[in-house]
Design a protein around this ligand. Structure first.
Ligand SMILES: Cc1cc2nc3c(=O)[nH]c(=O)nc-3n(C[C@H](O)[C@H](O)[C@H](O)COP(=O)(O)OP(=O)(O)OC[C@H]3O[C@@H](n4cnc5c(N)ncnc54)[C@H](O)[C@@H]3O)c2cc1C
Length: 407
């Protein structure tokens, strides 16, 4: 049973959202359901998702359920049974955390694996059906200025005056650069390969219905099922020097990827042998240190624009989704716009920074070798089944509402 989004406003605002990615679309939906009027400006001709699979943990899925997307998620998503860490060569299971029904019982919402294209499609369909949202495609925001009464912006052929502006425009955020200056993101020394493998090319039952992470020296390999279980989504991360920032995404070469994972377990070799070559590409992983401040007065940021997060906790999109509902709660509280945006930032900065740092730490921990890897494996086994409680138990639906707490 879907409950209505908790906060509704007595004072509807006109809100501009820059970017129609997972964060911008979710924010628009939360704000519109609270009674605000939202215009999304997306630079591309259609909202598209780069990459294949994405994991949506309970802290984020509870927001998507609240927005009425449970049916669509159940139809196109996949419910993994567990997260499993395995050793790169032997395949030994290092640690395991139950998901599936156990996640719903423990956290009150499911853990999904889903194709990014499906997630974006369901968010666009919901936004398009929402009378309080106008989605403007081919409308890159190229300038804005604010004063005490609002923000004037230019986006393609549109010129608008809005009460506030949210930059949900990704790691290369134009809005952030206008507020704080243009600084390059840092290359982390890791390259991610992504590919899809049709399940029907693999022996029956070869891929367990889990999120499986294989840890190895200088590399790790993640796979999980998407498209209702028809494809295996693989993310293969390799430490490499010298990525050029201009070549953000490149087509990958299968021989290079196979060479990177030579000597790994036979399940990995099988996936590499059966992958769809056209689905393969590689991508430099960049990040930024947590920001001291996100917004200025009537302009703020959301998602990767303010806290780009490495994928090693599978939480970047989840953080953008959490931001979306907390922003909406704050703006619906009756406080003035500037105070509400500051409150949103104060509520979100600590948690998103800790996930950024944790993901950065995992980049090192996943790739240890020798004695350090042995110590890591023992610690992971001891950490037990509930090591993600703090992350997954967080309920963003109540953050920003009076007297609400997640402690
Ligand atoms: C390999 C990899 C695996 C990942 N796996 C996971 C996972 O399993 N779980 C998870 O939660 N997260 C994961 N993430 C992180 C997640 O993909 C991102 O955190 C998330 O997509 C960020 O969403 P966003 O809406 O903030 O930004 P984006 O998705 O980057 O969207 C920004 C949008 O803004 C638009 N835009 C940019 N500039 C302008 C402009 N000037 N005007 C108008 N529009 C503009 C862009 O076209 C784009 O549509 C992963 C990331 C990587 C790299």
């Amino acid at each position: 049973m879907i409950q209505p989004v908790l906060a509704t406003t007595q004072n509807p605002l006109n809100i501009g959202v820059v970017g129609g990615g997972i964060g911008g679309l979710t924010a628009a939906l939360c704000l519109a359901r609270a009674g605000h009027h939202v215009e999304i400006f997306e630079q591309t001709e259609a909202c598209v998702a780069t990459g294949a699979g994405i994991q949506i943990s309970p802290n984020a899925s509870r927001v998507l359920h609240q927005l009425g997307l449970q049916g669509a998620l159940m139809t196109s998503g996949f419910l993994p049974k567990a997260t499993q860490m395995r050793s790169w060569r032997s395949g030994r299971v290092i640690s395991e955390t139950a998901l599936g029904d156990a996640a719903v019982e423990r956290y009150g919402a499911p853990y999904y694996h889903i194709h990014r294209g499906d997630l974006i499609k369901m968010l666009v369909a919901a936004a398009t059906a929402e009378p309080n949202i106008a989605l403007r495609l081919s409308s890159g925001v190229t300038g804005f200025e604010q004063d005490a009464s609002g923000v004037r912006l230019v986006a393609g052929e549109h010129e608008r005056q809005v009460d506030l502006l949210i930059g949900a425009d990704g790691i290369h955020s134009f809005v952030r650069a206008c507020l704080w200056g243009d600084q390059q993101a840092d290359f982390t020394g890791n390259v991610a390969w992504r590919m899809l493998v049709p399940v029907n090319r693999l022996p029956d039952g070869r891929i367990a219905p889990n999120a499986t992470v294989w840890w190895g020296p200088g590399k790790h390999f993640v796979h999980y099922l998407v498209n209702g279980g028809d494809y295996v989504n693989c993310v293969c991360v390799v430490e490499k020097a010298g990525w050029q920032p201009e070549s953000w995404v490149e087509a990958g070469s299968m021989p290079e990827l196979r060479a990177d994972f030579a000597g790994w377990h036979r399940s990995i070799q099988e996936l590499l042998a059966q992958a769809d070559a056209e689905s393969l590409f590689k991508w430099g992983l960049f990040d930024r240190a947590p920001m001291r401040s996100w917004g200025i007065d009537r302009v703020s940021l959301l998602g990767d624009a303010c806290h780009p997060t490495l994928p090693f906790m599978a939480q970047g999109a989840a953080m953008a989704i959490e931001d979306a509902i907390v922003l909406s709660n704050c703006l619906s509280s009756g406080a003035d716009v500037v105070a509400a945006l500051q409150h949103y930032e104060d509520l979100r900065k600590g948690r998103t920074a800790s996930v950024q740092r944790g993901s950065r730490r995992n980049a090192k921990v996943f790739h240890l070798s020798g004695l350090k890897a042995w110590v890591r494996d023992r610690a992971a086994a001891r950490a037990g089944k509930h090591s993600m409680d703090r992350l997954y138990r967080y309920d963003p639906l109540i953050v920003g509402l009076d007297a609400a707490t997640n402690d």
